[in-house]
Design a protein. Structure first.
Length: 138
């Protein structure tokens, strides 16, 4: 068994963004030389996420509105923000959307169903953050 590691870096222009990273992950799978195995993609910051879903703009607007209803931005709303932080909502949004994905690699490619794409979700942006891509297999 072999493994391959790559890091992706993000510094978003906005506090909240959804970025399709499928092609970058596919390129990492190709570079790895692994034809059968697993690909882990992990947001390495507690206010961002990685998830799989459809790349459809209306759905992304729905995610944003839904997350804002569940965990609205606001300093006075959260105990965490009493410490001087203003990002408690981002921690909650990350918990809802998830920290990582694991996808099968079959015949050297991500083994996805129709419409599945990988996204980086940023909930407290405008600063440098890292995502781990780890591919293991044969």
């Amino acid at each position: 068994m072999k493994s391959y590691t790559e890091y992706m870096w993000f510094n978003t222009k906005n506090r909240r963004e959804f970025i399709n990273i499928t092609s970058e992950v596919e390129e990492a799978v190709k570079k790895s030389g692994i034809t059968e195995g697993l690909c882990l993609v992990n947001a390495m910051h507690i206010t961002s996420s990685v998830f799989i879903n459809d790349d459809e703009g209306g759905l992304h607007k729905d995610f944003d509105a839904w997350l804002e209803k569940l965990a609205p931005f606001g300093k006075e709303k959260y105990s965490h923000n009493l410490t001087g932080e203003d990002n408690a909502d981002a921690h909650l949004k990350r918990t809802i959307m998830g920290r990582e994905i694991v996808a099968a690699v079959t015949k050297g490619k991500l083994d996805f169903g129709p419409w599945e794409q990988i996204f980086y979700g940023e909930f407290d942006g405008m600063r440098k953050k890292r995502v781990l891509v780890k591919i293991i297999g044969e």
